[in-house]
Design a binder for this molecule. Sequence first.
Ligand code: F6P
Length: 346
Amino acid sequence: MAVSTRGMKIGILTAGGDCPGINAAIRGVGKTAIAEYGMKVIGISSGFRGLIDKEFIELEETQLSGMLTLGGTILGTSRDKPFKNDPVTGVNMSKIIKKNYKEIGLDALVVIGGNGTQKTAAKLAAEGMNIIGLPKTIDNDVYGTDVTFGFDTAVSIATEAIDRLHSTANSHKRIMVIEVMGHHTGWISLYSGVAGGGDVILIPEIPYDMDIVARYLEKRVKNKKAYSIVVVAEGIEKPKGISAASFISQSIREKTGLETRETILGYVQRGGSPTAMDRILATRYGAHAVELIAEGKFGLMVCKDGETITSVPLEQVGGKLKLVPPEHSIIKKSRKMGICFGDRKV
Ligand code: F6P
């Protein structure tokens, strides 16, 4: 049932790892809330920490200009876990959040974050706060949505990096290993590996055998392939204390004697301006969040289902990981093209 929205106060916070597109989402929320519904928009600093310390600013229409293309989050972020006791005071921070939510006079709170943040959002909703979750992360590992904003940009950045490795690998006739982010999942590795023409793609969801990888690379040399590109997700199985890229390139050298170099792409995947697709997705998510609030619907995470922007109950998705299904159609087609995933002879 629609509620009267004029003068409603909605808070926005961004928590967890930052990613391109967050500011586009904030802009989508802000512009829709102000222009369409006459709401007030409160930007909360540094994720849940800002609610605990009551650090916030009112976002006016003018402040929302120039944000669409801006990387990072103008509000700042943190990885503070409100349902864990404060490391300094030992006090359970969720009670403070509930008290401050009321004292600031919020009618709703939009929580922009990954799966850990959505788990916290679900708990806050269960505590009776009017919460809407927006799924963001370069990892694309938030259960309950086809895709998170941040992912398309990270894949584009990683793909561009892989493209560049081809020329130097070819000049030196080398094996080039590149490690991409993705936390415990292989979405960035799979998509950028295929887009960047990777020969071997290793993801956490498919256990690999280094002997299979070694034999595959030796076979490429025998077939007069001048070089090979190996794309690995940071979360693959490996010994502690060594990066995935270092472990894989070391193993290749030991097992094949082939000249190998490694690159860890790291935080560039999280930086800079979002792609057009991420700007559109983030804008759609932000606008939809406000529509739900205007309809008096809460305890939901906005999501993409095919071409539709809709929502799903937070308690069904909060904290759940979306892993790459080993039978994913991209994997099946890649195998037929001779790409090696390290688990079977090619
Ligand atoms: O969740 C995004 C992400 O970049 C992961 O891919 C990565 O493993 C993690 O954040 C790094 O965390 P931090 O930014 O705390 O170093």
